[in-house]
Design a protein around this ligand. Sequence first.
Ligand SMILES: *[C@@H]1O[C@H](CO)[C@@H](O)[C@H](O)[C@H]1NC(C)=O
Ligand SMILES: *[C@@H]1O[C@H](CO)[C@@H](O)[C@H](O)[C@H]1NC(C)=O
Ligand SMILES: *[C@@H]1O[C@H](CO)[C@@H](O)[C@H](O)[C@H]1NC(C)=O
Ligand SMILES: *[C@@H]1O[C@H](CO)[C@@H](O)[C@H](O)[C@H]1NC(C)=O
Ligand SMILES: *[C@@H]1O[C@H](CO)[C@@H](O)[C@H](O)[C@H]1NC(C)=O
Ligand SMILES: *[C@@H]1O[C@H](CO)[C@@H](O)[C@H](O)[C@H]1NC(C)=O
Length: 473
Amino acid sequence: MESSPLKSPVRWLTALLATSCLLPTAHAQYYKISTPDEIRNSARGLAYDLMLQYKGNQSGEIPGILPGPPTEHKGDYYWWEGGAMMGTYIDYWFLTGDTSYNHVVTEGMLHQTGDDFDYMPLNHTASLGNDDQGFWGMSAMLAAENVFPDPPDDKPQWLALAQAVFQTQAAPDRHDDTCGGGLRWQVPPLNAGYNYKNTIANGCFFNLGARLARYTENQTYADWAVKTWDWLWEVNYIDHKEYAVYDGGHVEHNCTDVNKARFSYNAALLLHGCAFMYNYTDGSALWKDRVDKLLAGIARDFFSKGAAFELPCEDRKGACSADMLSFKGYVHRWLSVVTKIAPHTADTILPMLRKSAEAAVSQCTGGETGRRCGFYWSSGQFVDPSVDKTTGAGEAMSVLAAVSSLLIDEAHPPATNRSRGTSRGDVNAGSRSRGAVTPLEPITTGDRAGAAIITMLILGGGLATWSYMSLGD
Ligand SMILES: *[C@@H]1O[C@H](CO)[C@@H](O)[C@H](O)[C@H]1NC(C)=O
Ligand SMILES: *[C@@H]1O[C@H](CO)[C@@H](O)[C@H](O)[C@H]1NC(C)=O
Ligand SMILES: *[C@@H]1O[C@H](CO)[C@@H](O)[C@H](O)[C@H]1NC(C)=O
Ligand SMILES: *[C@@H]1O[C@H](CO)[C@@H](O)[C@H](O)[C@H]1NC(C)=O
Ligand SMILES: *[C@@H]1O[C@H](CO)[C@@H](O)[C@H](O)[C@H]1NC(C)=O
Ligand SMILES: *[C@@H]1O[C@H](CO)[C@@H](O)[C@H](O)[C@H]1NC(C)=O
């Protein structure tokens, strides 16, 4: 992309000033988002730049994934983030109408299904987290809800893929009685993190259940969503007063050692799922209360600086992991959908997302193009992604998500089988899945995760520990 021609003397002067010796390192803000046309143009540029980081459609490369995983020194990104990126482009197409990347998305989404069409491909089952599989499943669900073009008849269909992920996670081999229920973070018992039951793994399952219930009107999915929410509440991963959403706990402590790190995506994922339950239950007071309280918590914890802020790590530059650098984008996408299915939230959410998106694009002034995006939105200052030890795919994906989500007002609400949906389901999908079926033994020998997955960070004088997604993948 070329930079836009300078049409007026004022813009020319502005650009000159911004690049002159007065402000030697700053570029003028490249992306404009005042009108729907400007938003679409900006989103197109952001989508183009993000795609430059994806090698999956080049010959000899693997469709669906971003360069990685870091454990094999192949790049900065774990398997799940490719699935999250596919979802970002499914929303990009839905919101802007630009079909340019649909073939890349379809190819990637279908390449990674695995032989049993359940997002447990052999390359990744040995290191599979329920959350990793869940992110791919949620992108398939999104494709059904957005009425993304259906794959050819002889290929697995979006709804069936989401059902398969759900089914494998609802199966008895994924559930045990430690901590009174809930999914573990990791699927294979030998994995570091198998003894951790966390919000993201259960949040993805809850979220998929709520969405499948609304899409198919099958109450079984809603029952699982209720059960999973109740469990998250019971183990205090959701603060009973403040509705802060915490990260997780270990089975050897009956999940009472709650790691209180507040990651934005955990809270937004639960809010999004609650909004689907609210809509599925025709606006029940119970789910409305949860929607409203989670939303208040999100506004307080992540938007009080005017723009999305990754609370546990953003204060220290370089402290957020590559995974964490992508969370803001999901928050924007999920919150924007909440406004469609719980419309009473729109007056709170839309201005908050707009302000945050404005801050996001204000710092996209880096690199040789003068439009590269970093992670630190609220300062409005570009910080090179290399500070975060990444090539910046998460940073680019988040700004793309924030900008394209500004078009949510004009968009259809998520489809259902009854309304606009075309994706064919399969209630038996996932029931014949192989892999990762191993007898469960409660772990009693202490924290087997050890140093490999626990990152210790000194945050503002305190000491916080957490494990994060996909390490070891
Ligand atoms: C990969 O996809 C991008 C975006 O559509 C396109 O520009 C590029 O030419 C594709 N590369 C190959 C090898 O197909
Ligand atoms: C698994 O890895 C092999 C070797 O890198 C690659 O050719 C194949 O495409 C991968 N499969 C998936 C589903 O990623
Ligand atoms: C373990 O935690 C669950 C969920 O909070 C609770 O229902 C159960 O009573 C606890 N078990 C013990 C032995 O404390
Ligand atoms: C979706 O609707 C079609 C009719 O339009 C029906 O044949 C099908 O069984 C429905 N699927 C589900 C999952 O409810
Ligand atoms: C509802 O979903 C469950 C779980 O996948 C499945 O076993 C059941 O057959 C479905 N019921 C209908 C009526 O489709
Ligand atoms: C449920 O979502 C639809 C959009 O699909 C919306 O029109 C409706 O108002 C929502 N229901 C409630 C109770 O908010």
